[in-house]
Design a protein. Sequence first.
Length: 212
Amino acid sequence: MSTTNSDHVSAAHSHEEIWNIPNILTMIRLALVPVFVILLLLGNTWSQWLALAVFVIAAITDHYDGQIARARNLITDFGKIWDPIADKALTLGAFVVLSVVGLIPWWFTIIVAVRELGITWLRAYLLKKNIVVAASSGGKAKTVSQMVLIIFLLIPWHAILAPADPLSSLTALWLMKIILLAIALALTVWSGMVYVIGAIKMRGTVDGDGPQ
């Protein structure tokens, strides 16, 4: 009977850890992903503005869920796992649709997808061995760079820019797009390498092969 009561207490504690404000914000971000993709696929100026608004709201939840979790000591394994998954679902969904409409090259989206899905698989594999590698500052920088790129591409510039000098405007937009693409690509690859190295070190420590 004492074991059963202990199990109930443990289950209740686990429930309380999951249902907190940071994790709820993460769940909201996941729910906004299909809404964002549908709006973006509609392909008109108003739906593009709405898709931009939904994406910005989702990005804000990403900022505040981590901030609240750290400030209130509400960091959980659920949040460590699902927060980056929610980020990946949002950004990958955006990159795929942006590639479909021709705003970014497919090779860029494929590189991002391989990195993100590979890290997600590695994270799940490590979790089975009770090893949790939290998102690093490099991973957060990568996420921010990707979100800035997406927001830039989502803005319907044709509805904002004056037609007085379209050539100069298009050149400036193209240069900015290339710069943002390069930054996002570099941080995506670099942060992936940092995560893999960190995972190897932690695995070695747990197995007794690494530094103690």
